[in-house]
Design a protein around this ligand. Structure first.
Ligand SMILES: Cc1cc2nc3c(=O)[nH]c(=O)nc-3n(C[C@H](O)[C@H](O)[C@H](O)COP(=O)(O)OP(=O)(O)OC[C@H]3O[C@@H](n4cnc5c(N)ncnc54)[C@H](O)[C@@H]3O)c2cc1C
Length: 370
């Protein structure tokens, strides 16, 4: 099967490898150079669903040494001053063997490993342009050109989308009072805040807040931003030094009404983009890749490939919609700091602290999707 992929971000690149391994001939179109693809300053939470996908295509062993595992995921309701933890024992039995609830990955390191892997796969032809000269040459075309996808605009596929009126600020910070194997999800009325371990005392802070406050914080000297961080981090965690320039980006919710148009298939952020709070973004994008590869590998669909886009779109519905709703609920929970919500919030935390079955269920959904 001949396939064109538009966009060589982490979704498009992984799709190229995965589909080439499934026997397809892949042309990978990207307008940016490898250097530009590598030099993005982002940090991802990697779950066991991504670990399994990378393992299946033989990439996990190349990447794992660049990842920082964490064994504790602390969820804190800042306003109520309540906390519970997801632990290794809340994972499935086979997952516990990996001694990590999840891993933290810096974009640069995984992109380098993936691009090196691509260069070794014969069936992938990298084409440094954004224009496909003749679309008739391909049985299927995959749009993995991101949340502002030009392909999807040209095909006039509608999406449901809104802005959260929030922005996300990311910074690498040296912290005191935190172990190097724990991550935090802090539900703060400003917006959710994630603290992700990068090794030793270094942590990535991903905090969301109103656009007004975010712009104010971005224009402050680093020392004042550090003071601000100390007011939103839980008691006992002290920010010491910011070691990079804080960066910001707007937060958007986007979900396509369908994940295909004709022989075009939408993968990754072309199809969906959510608030970064749950750390689901990249994992969901890679589950798209896995689902498409499984469909294409079925001999029946190799002959009847024109129905693959529809089958793919149908197969991804439940996972993408459920994760979108869960992520959105988490954002709304975090920002629902009015008195009538205090009782239900206290009850939710009480149940999550006490019930290992519910913790296991939630961690399983966050880890493997639906
Ligand atoms: C500014 C920013 C910061 C982020 N930070 C984080 C973070 O800290 N943590 C996290 O978990 N997630 C973060 N994300 C989300 C995360 O980057 C994505 O989930 C992940 O990269 C998967 O995206 P993708 O490959 O689907 O799309 P993208 O990474 O957007 O890749 C799309 C690719 O398509 C290429 N392209 C676009 N149009 C064309 C065209 N016409 N022809 C050829 N190529 C084209 C682009 O150059 C790009 O390389 C961030 C996203 C952004 C935009």
């Amino acid at each position: 099967m001949n396939i064109a992929i538009i966009g060589s971000g982490l979704t498009g690149s992984l799709a190229a490898i995965s589909l080439a391994k499934a026997g397809c001939r892949v042309d990978l179109y990207e307008r940016l150079s490898d250097e530009e693809l590598i030099n993005r300053d982002r940090t991802y939470a990697i779950t066991h669903s991504s670990r399994k996908i990378l393992d299946n295509i033989g990439l996990w062993s190349n990447i794992v040494s660049n990842l920082v595992p964490f064994q504790y995921l602390n969820v804190i309701d800042y306003e109520l001053n309540k906390k519970f933890q997801f632990l290794l024992k809340d994972l499935g039995v086979s997952e516990q063997n990996y001694s990590a609830v999840g891993w933290i990955a810096e974009h640069k390191l995984i992109m380098i490993a993936i691009l090196e892997f691509i260069s070794e796969v014969e069936k992938i032809n990298k084409i440094p342009t954004s224009v496909i000269p003749n679309t008739n040459n391909y049985d299927l075309i995959i749009a993995a050109d991101g949340s502002n996808s030009i392909t999807k605009k040209k095909l006039k596929t509608p999406s449901f989308n809104f802005n959260y009126n929030q922005m996300c600020i990311t910074a690498k910070v040296l912290l005191r009072g935190v172990k190097s194997n724990e991550a935090f999800e802090i539900l703060n009325s400003e917006g959710p805040l994630a603290v992700l371990p990068l090794g030793g005392d270094l942590f990535q802070i991903i905090c969301s807040q109103s656009i007004v406050k975010g712009n104010h914080n971005m224009n402050q000297p680093k020392s004042l931003f550090l003071d601000y961080l100390s007011t939103i981090l839980p008691y006992g965690i002290e920010p010491d030094t910011i070691i990079d320039e804080p960066k910001s980006f707007p937060i958007k919710f986007l979900i396509s009404y369908k994940f295909y148009s004709g022989k075009y298939i939408y993968l990754g952020e072309t199809a969906h983009k959510f608030h970064p709070v749950g750390g689901q973004g990249l994992n969901l994008c890679w589950r798209d890749v896995d689902c498409l590869t499984k469909i294409i590998s079925i001999p029946f669909f190799k002959k009847h490939y024109s129905i693959i886009p529809f089958i793919y779109s149908l197969s991804r519905l439940v996972d993408v919609f459920s994760i979108s709703i869960l992520t959105d609920c988490l954002v709304r929970y975090s920002r629902s700091n009015i008195n009538i919500f205090i009782l239900p919030r206290t009850f939710i935390f009480f149940v999550l602290r006490r019930s290992s079955i519910i913790r296991k269920f939630i961690l399983n959904v966050m880890t493997n999707g639906f």
